[in-house]
Design a protein around this ligand. Sequence first.
Ligand SMILES: [Zn+2]
Ligand SMILES: [Zn+2]
Length: 185
Amino acid sequence: MKVLEFKIIEIPEDQMYYEKIKLDAKKIGLELDEVEFVSPIECSVKLIRERNIVYASIDASVDVQLECRRCLELFQTKISTHFDYQYRPTDDPKKLESEFVDSISTRYYMDESLNLADEVRQALILEIPVWPLCSEDCKGLCPKCGQNLNKGSCSCELDITSSDKSKKLAILGELLEEAKKKEKV
Ligand SMILES: [Zn+2]
Ligand SMILES: [Zn+2]
């Protein structure tokens, strides 16, 4: 038996089949360049069959290591997904591919067996953040010296604030000068 594949005939009718499965991400072809899968995928599979229709309720989660877009540090986070589908038999292999699926909640199976590997892989990929951040308020790197500002400030930061201050003082000074001139007029 392949991973996450279930023979229709072995799924009990009118009774919940429940299984917890741990599997390596690679086993369902889950491999991405910027993502390291640091734990096995934990899958909870609930199946109920009504004649040849299978109702599936799936939870899957995995720990990943990502690179923060702001500070470029690696960090770990858990991604998890959940889906509920009803699976109907088909003879048309095209219907197995998600791009040909015509309904939100209906999927198809062929050859008397239900294979959830593709579905779980795709659902997990969708949960991986496109713009990963180690934390919502990650301060990122100093654009001047590259210092990680989460770990402490750099001297450039001080320069920016002090020059800001002197700019503001200069503007204030000009305003005062103008006000004085107007008073004299
Ligand atoms: Zn960060
Ligand atoms: Zn700096």
